[in-house]
Design a protein around this ligand. Structure first.
Ligand code: SAH
Length: 496
């Protein structure tokens, strides 16, 4: 049976500017086919199984030709796959979405389109320019400024007569052609004009002038493509509405597993930080080996279960479900958790934690738990395969304890280039390390070369993370007083 292709608009660049529907579909993709200018964070939202095919232009190389893109979409859908074709802005605004859709429809592949926020409107918006305003412009018109593959050029005579705002995409290399064309056709050279480059991203820069002066101003301000050019009196509104460039948020890097980044990203956004996702570790629940299966099946024989992270809770209950377990068999068990987030997740499954020590570190939990245990107790600790053993040692002094390796922490060195680019580009203000394994992943992904760390401040969630950082030659600039995500954010807020 044929699969389906979703042509989805990814929005202009800002991670948050994709539709909910688009994001939900990305999370179901078997195959992702994506262009340049797509926010990386969206690519990480695909499931682990997803095949990712990049078809955009890289500096020296050429993009995949359009007919080859069409054919790739067709072949993957024919294999029965759910294909997400992710395109910058809106798929139908100079995005060749129409061509791709028709190619597939002609071959009997079901296609669905999810519109996106086009850069032609969002770019001006983020530069403080509304494309219409009752006092200045009652219409807006969007043109392509790239004629390499167009049959006709622009009809400047008609364009110059329009009273609305003029927006040109793909015109950065042709600015002279546009400004000279407009002036030649009688447009007032003093009409305000703006060029917005890398709109809605941390690199956004806007040049403002008139049709006559804009070219020179762009040069002086060293603007680079992609860029949107806009002509019209609405540019004057920027004086009041330039919310984005005047109040640039501090950014914080999220290094944890992509599937966990959401919780942290939401908290950061709520406190006015910009989250930037670059996962360098990935949590993988272990498949149920006979030993693991029997440990889970025998869970009822323990008197305490200790969760040291939300991952442990997640993996444990997933495995429990997979092996046909019944939660009623756990009724007598007491639960201990490190961290509020762990306890919250446990509560979501329906169990109230009996012990959550104030200090969110494993030694504190070990000591607090020790006081409550007798030699008759039996403790299970389902946790990461790479966790250290202090907790087990402390508890083991009183009663039997089983360290159940329930999930693996894989280091995603494949994100090294992106990590390096983000850090050396000075785009990151804070690097919060939320676990010792993120520190390890980070240093490994960078191959031990920490020179690109200079432009950002590092934050440790707690003493174990701090210790690991020092061991790997990263001096923490900040250490959270409360060892939780909230604590990390508080530390950054105090510094901001
Ligand atoms: N479908 C896209 C447009 C694709 S054409 C949309 O709806 O936005 C590519 C052109 O869009 C670029 O040459 C540039 O002019 C513009 N563009 C796209 N994203 C941009 C961004 N973040 N900043 C500035 N211009 C952008």
């Amino acid at each position: 049976m044929n699969g389906k292709v979703y042509l989805i608009g990814a929005g202009p660049g800002d991670y948050g500017l994709i539709t909910l529907k688009g994001l939900q579909l990305i999370e179901t993709a078997d195959v992702l086919v994506y262009d340049r200018l797509i926010n990386e964070n969206l690519i990480y939202r695909t499931p682990a199984r997803c095949e990712k095919i990049y078809v955009g232009k890289q500096a020296a190389n050429h993009a995949m030709p359009q007919d080859q893109i069409n054919e790739t979409l067709y072949q993957k859908a024919k294999e029965g796959k759910t294909v997400v074709r992710l395109k910058g802005g809106d798929p139908y605004v100079f995005g060749r979405g129409g061509e791709e859709g028709i190619y597939l429809a002609e071959r009997g592949i079901p296609v669905e389109i999810v519109p996106g926020i086009t850069s032609s409107i969002a770019g001006p918006c983020y530069a403080g320019i509304p494309v219409t305003h009752r006092d200045w412009a009652s219409s807006f018109h969007v043109f392509t400024g790239n004629f390499k593959d167009e049959i006709r050029g622009l009809n400047f005579k008609n364009i110059a007569e329009l009273e609305g705002t003029l927006v040109f995409l793909m015109g950065f290399g042709n600015l002279d052609y546009i400004t000279e064309g407009l002036i030649g056709a009688g447009k007032d050279p003093e009409t305000p004009m703006a060029v917005i480059s890398h709109a809605t991203t941390r690199r956004q820069k806007t040049a403002v002038g008139t049709i006559a002066t804009i070219r020179k101003i762009c040069e002086e301000e060293q603007l680079t493509p992609p860029a949107i050019s806009l002509v019209g009196d609405v540019v004057k509104c920027r004086e009041y509405l330039n919310f984005f460039e005047t109040r640039r948020k501090k950014s914080a890097l999220i290094l944890r597993d992509a599937r966990q980044s959401d919780i942290f990203a939401k908290k950061l956004l709520a406190d006015d930080f910009e989250p930037v996702v670059c996962p360098i570790i990935e949590i993988e629940k272990r498949d149920a080996s006979p030993e693991l299966k029997s440990a889970i099946e025998n869970a009822a024989s323990y008197s305490w279960i200790v969760f040291t992270s939300p991952n442990g809770v997640k993996a444990f209950f997933e495995l429990m479900k997979e092996s046909g377990g019944d939660l009623r068999s756990l009724g007598h068990i007491r639960f201990a958790c490190i961290g509020k987030a762990t306890a919250e997740l446990l509560a979501n499954v329906g169990f109230k934690a009996d012990l959550v020590p104030e200090k969110q570190v494993s030694d504190a939990l070990g000591e607090a738990l020790k006081e409550r245990l007798t030699a008759d107790d039996r403790v299970m600790v389902p946790r990461s395969a790479i966790a250290n053993n202090r907790l087990i040692d402390i508890v083991g002094e009183v009663c039997p304890v089983d360290d159940i390796k329930i999930y693996d922490t894989r280091i995603r060195t494949e994100n090294e280039d992106q990590l390096r680019a983000l850090l050396s580009g000075g785009e990151i203000d804070y690097i919060p390390f939320t676990s010792a394994s993120t520190v390890e992943g980070f240093v490994k992904a960078l191959n031990g070369d920490l020179s690109c760390l200079e432009k950002a401040k590092t934050v440790a969630i707690g003493p174990i993370t701090e210790k690991k950082m020092l061991k790997l030659n990263i001096k923490p600039d900040l250490v959270a007083a409360d060892h939780s995500l909230e604590g990390v954010i508080e530390a950054m807020k105090g510094d901001r």
